[in-house]
Ligand binder design. Structure first.
Ligand SMILES: Cc1ncc(COP(=O)(O)O)c(C=O)c1O
Length: 397
């Protein structure tokens, strides 16, 4: 096996094939438009795949979260709760709209937001909770949705890691007011490195997201009786085309070339996920007897799609710290382990907002001792064996 191919197997991300190449060329030969037929088709197929009423394609997962906040009306004076173990995009979406963010500690088994710890953090200003289906494992949606009904807050699901994941047989992203997906280079499916999708069952939220995604443009067509802006110039009854802007919005659109690749990737999503699930099972079998490692637990009612494969280390029992393991794996075996994530309240952004070490003990333990192993659908058994053997050897080396 060539070194380059092997290197790809011990990284994160999706797999492209001749169908994606063909899709890129087809759109390129058609002058590579944006927000055209490919985007519309991708949205329709995404809504059908997830079972959501509506889907709107966007430039990335961060803008999916940001537009969701806009869609449910989050702003200054509102409070939004989320987990400290996530990528900063989750918490940045409400913060950049002027809302206050507070964190809720994680469940020590699934590493997802602990639903039992949400209620004590609620205030009358709590507008939304953002559960993150971390590493591809669905959150406890029954408990979270019951709380949202009791206390009247929105749930915005961060499903960036979790396309195709299911909670009690239903696709994640479809429980809350919106579900947000990322098609970044390292995600389970990708649209040429960047991309995202928002799904919702709420037509009013969908309209708001659609408007703000593209400068709040409302096109008044021939069927419109008159344009609000220019009634005199275009009197009632005259056929014309005019554009109005309901408000000041953004350009968070996707290109058709990306969407065409997204359509192909979506059609393969279940197969690509199955390979991740099989690879995760193989890793678990291979690593299970190594002392000092806690391997991922899949709750029985969940379909976990293993965007990442998390391993918690007990440094005393395993014989080395997380930092030493990451360093030695890279320098001795060429394997780049991930650390998803350093708790957000350790970051300057949230220290400056008053957060302190010691507030979220389960998240802090994860930050200190958890590594993520490379997992992807390209992996051969040889690559998985190499990973497992490296874990066994590293303790003796
Ligand atoms: C949990 C989570 N939420 C949101 C995002 C943001 O997605 P994107 O990188 O597509 O903006 C990411 C990306 O890594 C993520 O991991």
């Amino acid at each position: 096996m060539s070194k380059i191919k092997f290197d790809l197997e011990i990284k994160f991300g999706t797999e492209y094939g001749p169908e994606e190449e063909e899709a890129v060329l087809r759109v390129l030969r058609n002058n590579a438009p944006t927000s055209g037929d490919e985007c519309i088709r991708f949205e329709k197929e995404y809504a059908a795949y997830t079972g959501a009423g509506h889907a709107r394609v966007v430039s990335n997962g961060s803008t999916a979260l940001f537009l969701s906040m806009v869609g449910i009306g989050v702003g200054s004076g509102d409070r939004v709760l989320t987990t400290p173990i996530t990528w900063i995009a989750t918490a940045a979406a409400p913060v950049t709209l002027g809302a206050e963010v507070d964190f809720v500690d994680i469940d020590p088994v699934t590493y997802n937001i602990d639903p039992n710890a949400i209620e004590e953090k609620l205030t009358p200003n709590t507008k939304a909770v953002i559960p993150v289906h971390l590493y591809g494992q669905p959150c406890e949606m029954d408990a979270i949705m019951a709380l949202s009904q009791k206390h009247h807050f929105h749930v915005v699901e961060d499903a960036a890691h979790a396309i195709g994941a299911e909670y009690k047989g239903r696709k994640v992203g479809t429980f809350g007011s919106t579900g947000c997906f990322s098609f970044h280079e390292q995600k389970n499916i990708s649209t040429l490195g960047e991309g995202g999708m928002v799904v919702t069952n709420d037509p009013a939220v969908f309209e708001k997201i659609s408007l703000y995604r593209s400068h709040c443009t409302r096109v008044h067509g021939a069927s419109t009786k008159y344009c609000k802006l220019d009634e005199e110039k275009f009197p009632v009854g005259k056929r014309f085309w005019w554009q109005d802007f309901d408000d000041c919005g953004y350009n968070f659109r996707m290109t058709d070339m990306q969407a065409a690749v997204g359509i192909v990737q979506l059609a393969k999503a279940d197969r690509l996920n199955q390979r991740r699930i099989d690879n995760a099972a193989y890793l678990t079998e291979g690593l299970k007897d190594i002392p000092g490692l806690t391997l991922p637990v899949v709750l029985p009612h969940n379909k976990h799609v293993f965007h990442l494969y998390p391993v918690m280390i007990d440094p005393g029992e395993f014989g080395m710290s997380k930092e030493d393991l990451i360093y030695d794996m890279l320098h001795k075996f060429g394997i780049k382990l991930g650390f998803h994530y350093i708790p957000l309240h350790y970051s300057t952004a949230f220290k400056n907002r008053g957060f302190k070490k010691g507030q979220f003990p389960n998240a802090e333990k994860l930050g200190e001792n958890l590594v993520t192993l490379p997992i992807n659908p390209r992996q051969t058994r040889a690559a998985l064996d190499y990973l497992i053997d490296s874990f066994k050897k590293i303790r003796q080396s």
